[in-house]
Design a protein. Structure first.
Length: 343
C-alpha cells in the first residue's frame, strides 16, 4: 500500500530546552513503521541547543517552527493545534520514546472505529537514565468493557483511580482538535489542562484506549511534573474534576459509590500535601492538612484497598508525629521513604 492510499498523520512535538532528549524522541518517531507522516517541531524559544539538534536531522517530513517569544506550555500546544494537518494528529512530548508500531496501531484502530474521536494507549515509565520504573495502565474493568469508551464510564473510572489518560499517547482526528477543542485552557486548569481536553472530546465522541504500552513515558526528577509532587497546594486535577462536577448533567450520572471514590482521592491528596508541608518544615500547615482519618469512608477504604491502607497509615503517622512535635524525626523518615521510592 502506498503512502497516498493511507491517511496522513501529523506528529506535533512542542519543545523547550529539550536538547538532552529530543534526539531520542525524534529517532523513535522517524523509526515508526507507518510512513505517511509530517512532523511539526514547534520550539518555544529554547535557550539551549534544542534547535541545533533538530536541524541535525535530515528528513523531509520534519518542519521546524520557532516561536519568537515563549508562549508558555499551553500556548505552544495551541500552536501545535493550529499547525496540524492531515486526517489524524498526535501531540508528542519531547522527552518520551515511541515504539515503532505506535502510529500504525493507532491509525488502524481509528480507521476501524470511525465514530471515535481519539485513541489513547498505556505506557511504560522510564527515568532520566532510560531505566524502567513502572507503568500506567487503564483500569481492568474499563479495558474489559469494549473497544470504545464514552464520557460516563471514563469519568467514573477517573473518580475512582485518578487520571490514567496519558497526554502524549493520544492520537485524535485533526478536525476534533481544530473544530471542537481549539485550545488548551491552561488559564483555568494549569497543569491538568490536558484532562479538560480529554473530557471535552469525550462529551462529543467516544474514545479508545489500547490495552498495550506503545510508548515509554519519562518521569524525571528534573521535570516540572516531578516537582509538583512536592507541592502543598491542592492538585490541579481537582480543579478540572470540580468544574465538571458542577455541571448538572454530570452530577446526574453519579452514584453514592462515585462520590465516595472522589472523597478518597481528595483524602489521599490531603495526606500527601501534609507530608510535603512537613518535609518543607511547615508543621502547622501539615496539621491543618491532615484530614479526618476516622470517618467511615476512610476506614472502609483502608479495609478495601491497599492504597486506602497506605493513606490511612501515613495520615495516622503524621498526626501522631505532629501531635508529639517530633517533626525532625518525621521529616527524616519521610525523606528516607521518598529516596527509597525513587530508587
Amino acid at each position: 500500500m502506498s503512502d497516498a492510499t493511507v491517511p496522513l498523520v501529523c506528529i506535533c512535538i512542542p519543545t523547550y530546552n529539550a536538547e538532552k532528549t529530543i534526539a531520542a524522541t525524534l529517532r523513535s518517531v522517524l523509526g515508526q513503521t507507518y510512513r505517511n507522516m509530517v512532523i511539526q517541531i514547534v520550539d518555544n524559544n529554547s535557550t539551549d541547543g534544542t534547535v541545533a539538534v533538530v536541524e541535525g536531522f535530515a528528513d523531509e517530513r520534519i518542519t521546524l517552527h520557532r516561536n519568537p517569544v515563549n508562549l508558555g506550555g499551553e500556548g505552544n500546544f495551541n500552536r501545535c493545534i493550529a499547525l496540524a494537518k492531515g486526517k489524524y494528529t498526535a501531540i508528542y512530548h519531547a522527552d518520551d520514546i515511541y515504539e515503532p508500531q505506535m502510529v500504525a496501531t493507532q491509525v488502524e484502530f481509528l480507521e476501524r472505529h470511525p465514530q471515535a474521536g481519539a485513541v489513547f494507549t498505556e505506557a511504560l515509565l522510564i527515568d532520566e537514565f532510560d531505566e524502567p520504573i513502572g507503568a500506567i495502565r487503564q483500569p481492568q474493568n474499563l479495558a474489559a468493557s469494549g473497544p470504545l469508551h464514552h464520557f460516563p464510564a471514563v469519568f467514573k473510572a477517573i473518580l475512582e483511580h485518578s487520571n490514567f489518560l496519558i497526554c502524549p499517547s493520544v492520537m485524535a482526528l485533526t478536525s476534533v482538535y481544530q473544530d471542537d477543542i481549539k485550545s488548551w485552557r491552561g488559564e483555568l486548569f494549569g497543569s491538568s489542562a490536558d484532562l479538560d481536553v480529554w473530557f471535552r472530546m469525550l462529551q462529543r465522541r467516544p474514545v479508545g484506549i489500547l490495552p498495550q504500552a506503545t510508548m515509554r513515558y519519562r518521569i524525571s526528577r528534573s521535570q516540572w511534573s516531578a516537582n509538583v509532587r512536592f507541592d502543598t497546594r491542592r492538585a490541579a486535577f481537582f480543579g478540572v474534576m470540580d468544574h465538571y462536577l458542577a455541571q448538572e448533567e454530570v452530577r446526574g450520572l453519579l452514584t453514592a459509590e462515585d462520590r465516595t471514590n472522589y472523597e478518597r482521592l481528595e483524602r489521599r491528596d490531603q495526606v500527601m500535601r501534609a507530608a510535603n508541608a512537613l518535609l518543607q518544615n511547615q508543621p502547622d500547615q501539615a496539621m491543618k492538612l491532615c484530614p479526618d482519618l476516622f470517618s467511615l469512608s476512610a476506614l472502609k477504604a483502608a479495609l478495601q484497598t491497599r492504597r486506602g491502607l497506605i493513606v490511612l497509615s501515613l495520615g495516622l503517622y503524621l498526626k501522631v508525629m505532629l501531635s508529639l512535635r517530633w517533626t525532625r524525626l518525621a521529616r527524616a523518615s519521610l525523606s528516607h521513604i521518598k529516596r527509597m521510592a525513587n530508587k
